[in-house]
Design a protein around this ligand. Sequence first.
Ligand code: SF4
Length: 274
Amino acid sequence: MRKVYLQNLGLIITEKCNFNCAMCLRGKCSNKEMSDEVLEATFENVIGTSCLSVCGGEVTLVLERLEKLFSYIIKKKILLEQLAITINGSNYNQDFIKLLDSFKKYLETVNKGYYEPALMISYDKFHLAEMKRLGLEKVFWENCQKYQKSGHLLGYQSLDKKLFNEGNAINLNSKKTIPLRPMPYIMSYVGNDLKEDREDGLLNIGPIVTINTEGIVTEADGSYLNQRTIYNYGNILDSSLEDICLNRNPLIVPPKKYFKECVKAQKKYQTYLK
Ligand code: SF4
């Protein structure tokens, strides 16, 4: 199986969440968590990624899963430049900080001492409405200060501009939402002729590959329902990442064009980056 280096890997490690935001692109939450089998199969394929986004749900509710994910990465010596986790700020847990502290050491080891703080806290009118509903406003601000002190907080994230018409957002004013356009894959075979010798060498895939709790390779911003139906591109438990991505008629480019094409696709398809 050809080893893959991903521009961005999104792993949806849980569908659990204590909020029910009106704009939530995931929609209905559940108790599903990513299994060991899915984690193992993922890192059988992947040798590295520029950025790993650990997604939910609310990641702070499944620390045991996060610990397992970090252990796999360290055990397999996965190359990783940056870690990104977005949380809703309602929980602060010393065990979470300990996990981030210990994983920071690994990131510094593989990145010549460099570490960029991993956490973003969601902060917009939809999350604020949930905090108010649950009586967590004071707790939220206290938690923000604690996260700031921990050294792991990068900043705050607002998703109240244009939203994809997915999950709970389908109930919002349609002027606020647009249809999700599936992100194309850009692939580049490094060190080999593009068509020849698929047995070894490295394969770059971008701009974003997302794997959900069940191992489905899917859209980063798709609702849970649509991930299992219309954005279900194949399962990492059944096929290699290379085969799953090839099935979607990717744009296959030479290595020198790869990064530029990934940036182009990300800008065009990830609306809220604009
Ligand atoms: S937007 Fe985030 S915090 Fe809000 S319900 Fe969805 S997963 Fe939970």
